[in-house]
Design a protein around this ligand. Structure first.
Ligand code: 4AD
Ligand code: MG
Length: 445
């Protein structure tokens, strides 16, 4: 019996005979020479068999392994600079083979497939090299998020998924029956975090959130993961400082730990390497001014139309894209009109039409990846805001009470995991950032 190893550790076994357990990814043959690519979840390695060396019987067996067949292979590990793989530079010369299940008609072939077909076959598609790389980057980003916050003194607290009320608007709620009452899937854990900081000072929740997004875009899922830090005694500037450090750490960690994955994804690293130091900070007022100038200069009539904006409007993705193109780092835009933001944001002193909100916009057209704000700390203003947004005050009584017993200035933000993964991986669409995406008209598989 030879030792079973994982492909990720193959460099430690050059010259040894080892056993690999996994799946055949692809193969080619040139006369008496067979090349396969085998994956085992941890990586991918080249398999070789030469008919005069292995004999006719084994060569015939090797030849008939179909794509995605489950196999156990033993053979010698050799260094071969030109062998593709992750890690590249190694191959295994097949000495024995066990086919657990031979597959002849795997639905995803090396030819091009349409997106709908691939989405219908998502349960298989996740085995492909690109999807494998993306899901690994996601896993590393999740851990980086938690490591950063844990090391920064935050306590991780879970917030409920079944909630009685809205926090981020009433138009995109998922309703669920809750015995005799109506409940909603959580759009955010923030309101509960605002209670949790009164116990812990600095907290975060990190889990799935839900929004019945009725439009098809490349940035929206109906179920997505959000990490939401909330901090007592923190103002808008402190919040931006924290977001800057947080984002820098996440991007740096992903580049360090996922070099191979980002290479598979052909990610240009230059824009990511810029994500350090101070990010530019501009007010919404200034952003609208810049948009007016940029629109003026735009010659394409269609783009000109897309860039229409008046003070008071929320930004659409064309606005965010052209704004971020003016900078080479993620961009903070703060002080949005209160009317386009959630009810709980602290008004700007002497300018109640503006609130102490801040969005962090990612470069390269990825747009808003973080939304945050200073929270309203005055109970009466909060009651007024709840009324003004048409929300039932009785559902928020506990939340308002937080402002009556030791209220403090506090702030927090939410970072969307999938948008962050899409940006760091350089993906054209958010649907590939999670194993089984939930979107408008898509909850299968
Ligand atoms: O800006 P949002 O709506 O903010 C909140 O929910 C606050 N309660 C967060 C807080 O202050 N604690 O959402 C935050 C982030 C967005 O910037 C975006 O990255 C992501 O969540 N997000 C989505 N990601 C994918 N699909 C969707 N439908 C998303 N909606 C928001
Ligand atoms: Mg937002």
């Amino acid at each position: 019996m030879t030792q079973t190893i994982r492909i990720e550790n193959i460099s430690q076994h050059v010259g040894e005979k080892v056993t690999l357990k996994g799946w055949l990814y692809a193969s080619t043959r040139k006369g008496k020479l067979y090349f396969g690519r085998m994956r085992d979840g941890s990586g991918m390695v080249q398999l070789v068999a030469y008919r005069p060396e292995v004999g006719d019987e084994l060569f015939e067996d090797v030849k008939r392994i179909g794509q995605e067949s489950s196999i156990i292979v033993s053979g010698e590990v050799r260094a071969n600079e030109r062998a593709p793989g992750t890690p590249g530079g190694f191959e295994v010369a097949i000495e024995s083979l066990e086919i657990l299940q031979n597959v002849e008609d795997y639905p995803i072939t090396p030819k091009e497939h349409g997106v709908e077909f691939l989405m219908d076959n998502r349960h298989h598609w996740i085995r492909s090299r690109r999807q494998w790389a993306i899901l690994r980057v996601r896993s590393v980003i999740k851990k980086a998020i938690m490591d950063f916050l844990d090391n920064d003194g935050f306590i991780n607290i879970d917030t409920p998924i079944i909630t009685p009320s809205a926090a981020e608007g009433t138009s995109n709620l998922f309703e669920v029956g809750y015995f005799d009452e109506t409940a909603y899937l959580a759009q955010t854990g923030q309101l509960y975090n605002e209670a949790n900081i009164m116990s812990m000072g600095k907290v975060y929740c990190f889990g799935p959130t839900f929004r019945a997004e009725k439009s098809k875009t490349r940035r929206h899922l109906t179920e997505f993961w959000m990490v939401e830090p909330e901090i007592a005694f923190c103002d808008l500037d402190d919040l931006m400082d924290l977001e800057e450090r947080f984002m820098t750490y996440i991007v740096k960690t992903a580049m360090e730990k996922c070099a191979a994955e980002l290479e598979i994804l052909e990610r240009d690293l230059a824009p990511l390497q810029n994500v350090t130091g101070d990010f530019p900070r501009i007010s919404y007022d200034k952003a609208v001014e810049m948009l007016h100038e940029l629109r003026e200069k735009e010659t394409d009539p269609e783009k000109k139309k897309e860039l229409e904006i008046e003070w008071g409007d929320d930004f659409g993705s064309p606005h965010e894209t052209v704004l971020t193109q003016q900078f080479d780092k993620p961009l903070f835009v703060y002080g949005y009109p209160s009317a386009v933001k959630a009810f709980y944001m602290e008004p700007w002193p002497d300018r109640p039409e503006v609130c102490k909100s801040v969005d962090l916009l990612a470069p390269e057209g990825y747009g808003e990846i973080i939304g945050g704000s200073e929270r309203m700390s005055d109970p009466q203003k909060l009651v007024d805001a709840i009324h003004a947004h048409g929300l039932p005050p009785e559902n928020y009584s506990w939340y308002i009470e937080l402002r009556q017993f030791g209220s403090v200035p506090h702030s927090g933000f939410g970072l969307g995991l999938e948008r962050t993964v899409a940006w760091i991986c350089g993906l054209p669409h958010i649907r590939e950032t999670t194993a089984f995406p939930r979107m408008l008209y898509r909850m299968n598989p």
